[in-house]
Ligand binder design. Structure first.
Ligand SMILES: [Zn+2]
Length: 258
């Protein structure tokens, strides 16, 4: 759902007036640019206080984040689940900003630049990890939530490591990695001289030379052993891989989900 930045908040019923921040949607342009690090450091602390928590979750309208599982955002080595709650920031003259929790992803992955007055409000605010802020949030109709005092959105990194390799390169052969697989057995590549190389990873990359997408087969050191060029990500995913792995059974991991 789209709400222009700083328009009155109407998404959910609210007894107080609030201003929208970061409710982006496809087809609506937004300002892109640099965002101060101090602002991000402070805003990240607000993620400790999810407000207006809902059961479903919002996906990113611009990429595959949140398509199949709860979206996650990593900042300064911490990972939080996002997309199913909002944030509240008090600014000058008791102005309250209603912010989607996808804001970090929008800034980090899509270069979203929040409005200046919101950036200033966050940078001038006290560290939200205190009783005064906590009580203010509790006083909101949507703010009274049983998990406010525990950090429920923080994702256990050790659990994350079990699910993915976590260290797949961001680029292969100067192409941007979009999707990769968990480490597995994806068959072998046999070279003309008879040498064989086992394929441990598959990766889909955006070509920087043309409009196509590469399906790379990589060894365990992430080195490319073979490449095929396709017109779309979908064609890469449906391509028959060596070793007869059923394309349907390949668990692609989006780089944006890391
Ligand atoms: Zn996205």
């Amino acid at each position: 759902m789209y709400f222009k930045d700083l328009t009155p908040y109407k998404y959910r019923e609210s007894e107080i007036e609030m201003k929208n921040v970061a409710w982006l949607e496809k087809g609506h342009s937004f300002i892109k640019g640099k965002v101060p690090g101090e602002f991000k450091d402070m805003l990240w602390k607000y993620m400790l206080y999810p407000v207006s928590v809902c059961r479903g979750f919002q996906k990113c309208p611009f990429c595959s984040l949140g398509e199949n599982k709860i979206p996650m955002t990593t900042y300064n080595g911490q990972t939080r689940s996002v997309g199913y709650y909002e944030l509240r920031v008090w600014g000058k003259g008791n102005t309250i900003y209603a912010v989607t929790s996808l804001i970090f992803h929008y800034m980090e992955s899509h270069r979203y630049q929040p409005p200046k007055e919101f950036i200033e409000a966050v940078m001038n605010s006290d560290d939200p990890d205190n009783d005064e802020y906590y009580n203010k949030v509790l006083s909101l109709k949507q703010g009274h939530d049983f998990w406010l005092k525990t950090d429920r959105t923080l994702v256990d990194e050790s659990e994350m490591d079990k699910k993915s390799t976590g260290s797949f390169p961001n680029t292969l052969n100067t192409s941007k990695v979009l999707f990769y697989t968990p480490k597995g057995n994806y068959g072998r590549v046999i070279y003309d001289d008879g040498t064989k190389e086992r394929i441990s990873y598959l990766a889909i990359c955006k070509s920087d030379l043309n409009s196509g997408f590469y399906l790379y087969k990589c060894n365990k050191k992430y080195q490319i052993e073979s490449e095929d060029l396709f017109n779309s990500i979908d064609e890469c995913m449906k391509a028959k891989t060596v070793g007869g792995t059923d394309p349907e059974e390949i668990a692609w991991i989006s780089k944006n989900d890391e």
